[in-house]
Design a protein around this ligand. Structure first.
Ligand code: SAM
Length: 321
């Protein structure tokens, strides 16, 4: 009973993540017996809402249309701090300082009050701009991209309320693959926060991150592990024990263990510097850093310079959760 109350009080996004996790594993386990698919439900919802036929770019491989349809339904909810994205709002309390401090530690000088000025950042899968905006306020020049046009419209609208951000942030509705050619080695920092668990082709995604980063540029990723604990919390507790499972679109198979992400990054020319566990407290709606990466985690990797790629002995790992 207490557990049910706790889960009911979870901000929507985490609740969604958990239930989707449970649903994803359940669907995979019971594929042959499943009388309907999640995508069918979403397609129906989408048709009912008369959504445009192609609200996202379909010409490249990292976009999973089922994931995008889910975000389409919530495209106007980004800036509702108590709504479905409440946990992403509060995640800023730890992810913004993590990005800022990591970058500052790697720079010799910075401007007071605008510590990220002079830096060019790409926020991939920026959604409504929840993370893009604070980075712009810290002085960075930020490009936010998202395959879903309605997300970008929401982000543009919200940015327009703050004239300071107008010059510092630009948004574009596209995929990472769309801009790889024109943006080769353009950005000092690339961020994909809570995105990789939604992409269709992680390898292409990671490779593209490397292509748009300058040599020795930084990549920040936050995502969710595919762990036993996630399974127990999401499947056993949320679905089977408590029976609280709203329709979801997450594919449990898409959650990425940190070891797998590290391996992928390192085989694509990155050095993984930091992997830290993150924990969400649903009672207080707050995030904290923890030693365990078994549920959520954040990662910082640096694109190897041409020189260090020639020197396989270079290993500089600073902080392992
Ligand atoms: C959970 S939201 C995170 C939004 C934002 N990064 C934040 O933390 O506030 C995931 C976002 O990834 C976007 N997305 C999904 N697939 C993507 C892909 N293949 N490439 C880039 N973005 C993608 C979605 O449209 C959505 O806006």
């Amino acid at each position: 009973m207490a557990g049910r109350w706790l889960l009911r009080r979870m901000p929507g996004y985490l609740y969604c993540q958990l239930s989707q996790l449970a649903r994803g594993a359940f669907v995979n386990k019971c594929k042959s017996h499943q009388p309907y698919s999640i995508s069918v439900g979403l397609t129906e919802a989408r048709n009912k809402m008369s959504l445009p036929n192609q609200p996202y770019s379909t010409s490249h491989t990292t976009v999973d249309p089922r994931e995008i349809r889910k975000f389409q339904l919530l495209a106007h909810k980004w800036w509702d701090e108590q709504g479905e994205y409440a946990a992403l709002h509060s995640m800023n309390d730890i992810r913004v300082p993590f990005i800022r401090d990591t970058v500052l530690n790697m720079r010799s000088e910075h401007e007071l009050g605008r510590p990220l000025s002079g830096l060019s950042i790409l926020d991939v899968g920026c959604g409504g701009g929840l993370l893009t905006e604070p980075l712009g306020r810290l002085g960075a020049s930020v490009t936010g991209i998202d395959p879903l046009e309605d997300n970008i419209k929401t982000a543009e609208l919200h940015k327009s309320f703050d004239p300071v951000l107008d010059k510092r942030i630009q948004y574009k509705s596209c995929t990472l693959e769309d801009i790889v050619e024109e943006s080769s080695e353009t950005f000092d920092v690339v961020i994909a926060s809570e995105v990789v668990e939604h992409v269709a082709d992680l390898e292409t995604f990671v490779r593209s991150c490397g292509e748009v980063l300058k040599p020795e540029g930084s990549l920040f990723i936050t995502t969710i592990n595919k762990s036993q604990l996630s399974y127990i919390f999401g499947i056993v507790v949320a679905e089977r024990v408590l029976g609280i499972v709203p329709a979801g679109t997450h594919d449990w198979e898409k959650f990425v263990p940190p070891e797998e992400l590290e391996r992928l990054l390192e085989s694509n020319g990155f050095l993984v510097k930091t992997v830290k566990g993150m924990l969400y407290n649903p009672l207080f709606g707050s995030w904290s850093w923890i030693g365990s990466t078994s549920i959520n985690y954040a990662l910082h990797a640096v694109k190897s310079s041409a020189q260090s790629q020639l020197d396989p002995n270079e290993t500089s790992q600073e902080n392992r959760g």
